[in-house]
Design a protein around this ligand. Sequence first.
Ligand code: NAG
Ligand code: NAG
Ligand code: NAG
Ligand code: NAG
Ligand code: NAG
Ligand code: NAG
Ligand code: NAG
Ligand code: NAG
Ligand code: NAG
Length: 665
Amino acid sequence: MRVPVAFAAIVGISAVAADQVSLGPSAFTAPGIFPTSLFSSYYNDPTQTASQVQPVITDGVLESTYPLDLTDPDTISNNDTVDPHYYPTVHLKGETAQKLYDNVTAEIEGIITAQGTSNCTKCIQGLTSASRLAKEAPQLIPQLLTTLCNRYSFASRAGCNVYDENAQGPFYAQVLAYADVSGYDGQYLCQNFIRQSQCSRPPLPKFDASQFWTKPKPTDAKPPVPKGTDRVKVLHMSDFHVDPRYATGSEANCNSGLCCRRGNPVASLPEGFTPSVPAPRFGYFRCDTPWALGAAAVQAIPVLTGTEGYDQFNMTIFTALYDLWKETLNPTSPLYAAIGNHDSYQQAFDSPNTLHGKLKKEFSWNYDHLAKLWQKEGWIDHHAAGLARKHYGAYSIQHAPTLKIITLNTDLWYRANIFAYINSTQSDNFGFLKFLADELQQCEDSGSRAYVVGHVLSGWDGTNPLPGPTDIFYQIVDRYSHVIAGLFWGHTHEDQNMIYYANNGTNISAETAQNVGWIAPSITPLTNLNSGFRLYEVDAETWDILDAHTWYSNVSTFAELDSQIDVGATYSYEYNTRQAYGGKITWPENAPLNATWWHKVTEQMGSDNGALVNLYNAHQGKQTTVGAKCTSAACIDAKICYMRSGSGPLALQNCPKGFGSVQGG
Ligand SMILES: *[C@@H]1O[C@H](CO)[C@@H](O)[C@H](O)[C@H]1NC(C)=O
Ligand SMILES: *[C@@H]1O[C@H](CO)[C@@H](O)[C@H](O)[C@H]1NC(C)=O
Ligand SMILES: *[C@@H]1O[C@H](CO)[C@@H](O)[C@H](O)[C@H]1NC(C)=O
Ligand SMILES: *[C@@H]1O[C@H](CO)[C@@H](O)[C@H](O)[C@H]1NC(C)=O
Ligand SMILES: *[C@@H]1O[C@H](CO)[C@@H](O)[C@H](O)[C@H]1NC(C)=O
Ligand SMILES: *[C@@H]1O[C@H](CO)[C@@H](O)[C@H](O)[C@H]1NC(C)=O
Ligand SMILES: *[C@@H]1O[C@H](CO)[C@@H](O)[C@H](O)[C@H]1NC(C)=O
Ligand SMILES: *[C@@H]1O[C@H](CO)[C@@H](O)[C@H](O)[C@H]1NC(C)=O
Ligand SMILES: *[C@@H]1O[C@H](CO)[C@@H](O)[C@H](O)[C@H]1NC(C)=O
């Protein structure tokens, strides 16, 4: 349903100057009361403002309505006690299983308390011992991990609950049973998950991606040159993160975990608790998106981007969270979504199809369901839905004769996906990079260009993806650089870019720069960020990005809105990419903001004492007043280096560490 314009209090009359597409006013203020027309019914009164709305949500595929329990912030369950949890094959039960459990427990205690062994060795020995239990009596792994976690304070008591049998315990049992824990996989697991182990990162597995294609890159491979005079609008939105547990007035400034939730901290549960910062109705820096902010964003987007009338988006790219917004944003044009790490349960987990038996399909319920939802809502067709079922939620679709959209599930290479550590010497154990290469080859053969869309980014500071798969990805991007017209990411919640170069970045220059990745700002303010979204001006023939516009909402102002109901959150124009960074670059008006241009931007950044990096850094956090600044020489160098690092290994090997995010405040 479209938001009736009558609800929208529009402020700011001067339209933002845009050469070739028309945008709306420079700011939009949402109404103070929730737009009740967004949902057809609610469990509570949607026009009151003391608490968030509780919409009645129906799943069109399952033909069921979410019960009040799953909508009321106070009653949403924290774990899944209903669905089956799968384990590796159980060989021992009862007393013999218990004997092995006791033996493994004693052995691990011995390992932990031993003198003269390095922590890394202890970690690997401990995993090896636990894997004996996982292979014979995996049903006891949750108990083992929870007990050891509490005994040795690996985490807080609540933190140790993640190993519960209704939480992640059964998945850990699988990894312990199937990974090479005494070797490469084990060292990797220790390096990533157990800080005290002090294990070093194991060497990058070698993988020659040319085995994926039968033809070398054509010697005359050149991207088409866009005329740049016929432009369409593409919306890029990311990390919506609606939190149905958001409780207006709860503690917004909690010490750990997600704030603005009843019961965090636990001390807030008794009556009469006074929060240090009461959670504002429209959101806060340490919290995910409340319904009120989500609604303000979807009301603002059509107005600000000038897409309310006939001039609609040509498409919308969602780098995480499929939701109900298509009807509001672009009823007549496609919306393409890539699955994000919060779009599965347990979050960030996806297992490879190489597992056996029931485990082979243990996450298929999610991909199957998503594929059906996307198809039912008309986001993708039958063929693409079939691909999504087969490729972990990823699919390709021919958007126009000259453009194919290829979405990927890059949660598969996310560092927090414990299943990525099974057979981690084989960087494409999931097979999704082969899928990408095949799709790109088809594009090359048919003369189509491609957009590659994923959630967890391939590079930047290298802290999110596993290096192995992104090293392969980088080779694929090089091979098909002329085919790829854009790469779109999310996940960091920050506004960032990455440049991809020829020959694995061995010679970084304007001549070797080939592709650009765009990381969208998030709708969620988490953590210490403002809320934002972006619009691209795209060439209607070649699909190159010719310009970009970004809007933000100032979270620092949200607390003031609580005392009244006349107005809600405001979204304002933040910046135009070409104007912000291109002032000193000679570049034809209709030429794209391609890798050559972005490389020149990084050259400018290195030659103006940090002025441009400072600006970039402010955009990264969407003008947040509480974000980290970037003024030291080390930070300036690091930022330029991250922008030139499209893979994990390039960032990890070449760049100074610790300046990737502005969220530290
Ligand atoms: C565990 O069992 C093995 C084989 O039976 C035995 O050699 C070892 O001493 C036992 N370890 C402990 C700590 O009980
Ligand atoms: C699971 O949820 C139930 C009911 O909400 C709760 O009693 C239990 O403590 C939870 N377990 C974990 C591991 O969070
Ligand atoms: C080794 O682990 C122990 C126990 O967790 C910890 O106290 C110690 O600091 C670790 N050593 C190093 C060098 O990290
Ligand atoms: C998107 O743009 C292409 C190229 O101009 C055009 O053929 C197509 O109809 C447009 N689609 C929509 C939904 O606007
Ligand atoms: C690990 O790799 C081996 C060799 O390719 C393969 O046979 C096995 O199925 C893989 N195991 C998993 C769990 O992926
Ligand atoms: C790097 O590329 C530039 C431009 O193509 C070229 O002039 C230069 O010689 C190259 N440097 C090396 C070390 O290959
Ligand atoms: C970027 O566009 C400019 C201007 O059209 C062109 O000269 C350059 O070759 C392009 N770079 C790439 C990597 O396509
Ligand atoms: C955001 O709001 C705060 C508090 O009113 C203000 O100090 C700050 O300047 C605002 N930021 C922007 C970019 O408008
Ligand atoms: C690409 O460069 C990185 C960083 O130098 C290196 O670790 C990696 O092995 C290289 N990959 C290939 C395929 O050469």
